[in-house]
Design a protein around this ligand. Structure first.
Ligand SMILES: [Zn+2]
Length: 531
């Protein structure tokens, strides 16, 4: 049976840009648009041309995308003609493949917010769709507050949708603008809409205010809708929009959807999904959500010994999909309950062959347990565990030695008489027979130390040039009798791979130093740097 085409519409650059603390530059918007295009998203909504300089400039660019690049804006204002509305003119003139109009579909909003009549609102929809069609654009109509509107006055909400469809809009998009509609309501209402407008012209735009935006999107698809709107990582104002990063793998990997629908995302592109998700976080300067479905660091992590031994025999026993299909990987957490199975499974994952009867494996397990009582947390620090394991098995070269470091923090008045804190670190490193000294300033002791340490590693410098610290977490623990500090550092390399290292000490700088050292050495091991 031929499967039906389902379309994906991304609004990260428009609705996602409404997120608290998110402020995309033109370069960000272009990079994200290309990322979405490569992923195979059908529609990329760029923003509001004419509304702000970034969006105006974005629409002026030659973007060279396969995706249908879409401009967003209002239908003509009530009481004006389509040819005499500067906002509409700007939208029609924008260099875009499609125009997505937003219109009221709740009679209460028409009366109170627009202060016009129901008939004039329908006329505005009709005129705007017609004007855009005349200009050769593909047209979408976002029906704002559609579900609340439908509950209040189903005939009117439907009339808005039908008017746009009958005038030639390619898509009528049902928006759950306040995000409060529940999946069973979405399913019932979309079923009714699809009796008036064919489902292959109906889209769903869900917000996550009851944490059901993804479920609501699927409810709409089950009821007949054939376009899903959402954002990368569920970015969006308040609680976010429907998360395309969760929707895409569900459509591709779950039989019910995979058999019924075809989407623009190929299997090869799906394997880049985790990378796309992390790249967006990177751009937003956010730490990735460890527990994100499919793409989070913990999405395929197992802790308990009994699960680990089952996973070692057959991963399918505890995994709903194979992690590689979405570009993620399996992790067996080496925790306090660690048994030899966990350790062996983790060794196998990182490519070290070892035998259960090997005395070095028992010794490694002992070491893990000892260090955990001191406060180390290897379940969160995969890279530090890997180094510990490789050291126990004798495979980590001694690349370099830090013979001394010094961190100085000074608070004083600057030339303008302002109180400033200046931090400076000096690190002495021995690489082979060569002694080197590096100094660097930083915005704090750890930052200064990191910069100084990574400034000059001689022949190893080229391996760590692109290394970046992406997250730094500190916790004070009570281990034994005294308080100790645990530092977890997350790093990223040029290939977008992330890893976490750990350091523990009563002194926060010592703890940070251990984690920094582990990160650098891990990168050298991973890059196959010569001893
Ligand atoms: Zn929205």
């Amino acid at each position: 049976m031929a499967s039906e085409r389902l379309y994906l519409f991304d609004t990260t650059l428009r609705d996602g840009a409404q997120t608290n603390g998110v402020d995309f530059t033109l370069a960000d918007k272009l990079a994200i648009a290309h990322m979405l295009d490569e992923l195979g998203i059908d529609y990329v909504e760029g923003g509001y041309p004419g509304a702000n300089p970034t969006d105006t400039e974005l629409f002026a660019q030659d973007r060279n995308l396969k995706s249908t690049f879409t401009a967003f804006g209002m239908t003509r204002r009530p009481g004006r003609s389509a040819s005499n509305d500067p906002g509409l003119a700007m939208l029609l003139d924008a260099h875009a493949d499609a125009i997505c109009f937003v219109a009221k579909s709740w009679d209460y909003h028409v009366r109170v917010a627009l202060q016009t009549t129901n008939e004039e609102n329908l006329a505005s929809i009709r005129d705007s769709v017609r004007a855009a069609k005349t200009r050769g654009k593909q047209v979408l109509l976002d029906c704002e507050h559609f579900f609340d509107g439908y509950k209040a006055n189903p005939q009117y909400a439907l009339a808005c949708a039908k008017t746009a469809y009958e005038e030639g809009a390619r898509w009528v998009v049902l928006c759950d603008t306040n995000g409060g509609t529940l999946p069973h309501e979405v399913e019932e209402i979309v079923t009714e809409v699809c009796k008036a407008v064919p489902g292959d012209h109906v889209g769903i735009h869900a917000h996550n205010d009851t944490e059901q935006a993804v479920a609501n999107s699927f409810a709409a698809v089950r009821a007949g809708a054939r376009q899903i709107q959402g954002t990368l990582n569920g970015l969006g104002e308040r609680c976010g929009n429907a998360n395309l990063i969760s929707i895409i793998p569900t459509l591709k990997l779950k039989k019910e959807y995979a058999d019924a629908f075809e989407i623009g995302v190929t299997d090869a592109a799906l394997q880049k999904l985790a990378q796309v998700s992390h790249a967006l976080d990177e751009r937003l300067n956010r730490a990735p959500d460890r527990h994100a479905p499919y793409v989070g660091e913990s999405a395929f992590a197992t802790k308990a010994g009994i699960h680990a031994s089952a996973i070692a025999k057959d991963p399918a026993t505890y995994e709903h999909v194979a992690p590689e299909t979405v570009g993620n990987k399996r992790r067996v957490l080496v925790s306090e309950q660690a048994g030899a199975s966990n350790v062996l499974a983790e060794l196998e994952r990182i490519g070290i062959k070892a035998d259960r009867s090997d005395p070095r494996v028992a010794r490694l397990l002992e070491q893990v347990k000892e260090r955990q009582t001191l406060g180390y947390a290897y379940e969160a620090a995969d890279a530090s565990f890997e180094l510990l394991a490789r050291r126990a098995l004798g495979t980590v070269p001694n690349y370099f030695d830090v013979t001394q470091f010094d961190v100085n923090v000074e608070q004083r008045n600057n030339a303008r008489g302002e109180r400033v804190t200046v931090t400076m670190a000096v690190v002495k490193v021995k690489v082979g027979e060569e002694n080197m000294i590096s100094a660097a300033e930083g915005n704090g002791p750890v930052n200064a130390l990191d910069r100084a340490l990574r400034k000059d590693l001689g022949k190893y410098q080229k391996y760590i040039d692109a290394l970046k610290l992406t997250d730094f977490r500190v916790r004070i623990l009570n281990a034994g009798t005294e308080a100790v500090t645990r530092v977890l550092i997350e790093s990223e390399d040029e290939a977008g791979e992330h890893w976490t290292t750990v350091g523990v000490s009563p002194n926060i700088i010592d703890a940070s130093f251990q984690a920094l050292m582990d990160s650098i050495i891990y990168k050298l091991v991973k890059s196959g740097a010569p001893a």
